[in-house]
Design a protein around this ligand. Structure first.
Ligand code: 5GP
Length: 200
């Protein structure tokens, strides 16, 4: 048991083009597997209604973020739609020290950077939208972006789609219940446990 535990990948990274359903999958996995902890990123993006500092993100000014970069406090960071997002080294190092499993919700480049930084510890899971048309429909339905922002997100999605071959597993999110089930199976395998029974 202990030797296989040592070989387990403790950094489970979920990535996907924006609107592919990655955040829904991440939230579901965190609810289903109490042994998973969410890696709270730093960002300069303004807080959305309902988001909490320290739970969803560490919200920072650009100056605070740039100071953190200079101080080497970020494992990776990207500028996405005009805001900076990055993984805090302290989150990762503490989890690895404690033997915790961390779940990341980061963009595709961030996922690849995490693997470069922690090659032995990282598992990359890609959630693919069924098609660009479906992605557009979902973004429009979500209603949190303007048409211009949707256009930018779709352009970025096309770039991000080209990276999926570099991931350890890809799930095509056509039916959400099926996607969640597949993600559960993958994560249970990584944790070395049975898939927990659904809540009654
Ligand atoms: P949102 O603003 O919708 O919360 O996130 C926008 C994008 O930033 C999403 O694709 C999300 O996965 C990504 N993101 C969030 N945190 C990080 C991070 O720490 N690093 C990177 N590279 N991307 C992140």
């Amino acid at each position: 048991m202990s030797s296989s535990t040592e070989r387990r990948k403790h950094l489970i990274v979920i990535s996907a083009p924006s609107g592919a359903g990655k955040t829904t999958v991440a939230r579901h996995l965190l609810a289903r597997f109490p042994q998973l902890r969410f890696s709270v990123s730093a960002t300069t993006r303004p807080r959305r209604p309902g988001e909490l500092h320290g739970t969803d993100y560490f919200f920072m000014t650009r100056e605070q973020f740039e100071n953190a970069v200079r101080a080497g406090e970020l494992v990776e960071y990207e500028e996405i739609f005009g805001h900076l997002y990055g993984t805090l080294r302290s989150q990762v190092e503490e989890a690895l020290r404690r033997g915790d499993f961390l779940l990341f919700d980061v963009d595709v480049k961030g996922a690849l950077s995490l693997r470069q930084a922690y090659p032995e510890e990282t598992f990359l899971l890609y959630i693919a939208p069924p098609s660009m048309e479906e992605l557009r429909r979902r973004l429009q339905q979500r209603g949190t972006e303007t048409e211009k922002q949707i256009h930018q997100r779709l352009q970025r999605a096309a770039m991000e789609l080209s990276f999926q071959g570099a991931f350890d597993a890809v799930i095509y999110n056509e039916r959400l219940d099926e996607t969640l089930r597949q993600a559960e199976l993958i994560v249970a395998g990584l944790l070395g446990i049975e898939v927990p029974a659904p809540a009654p």
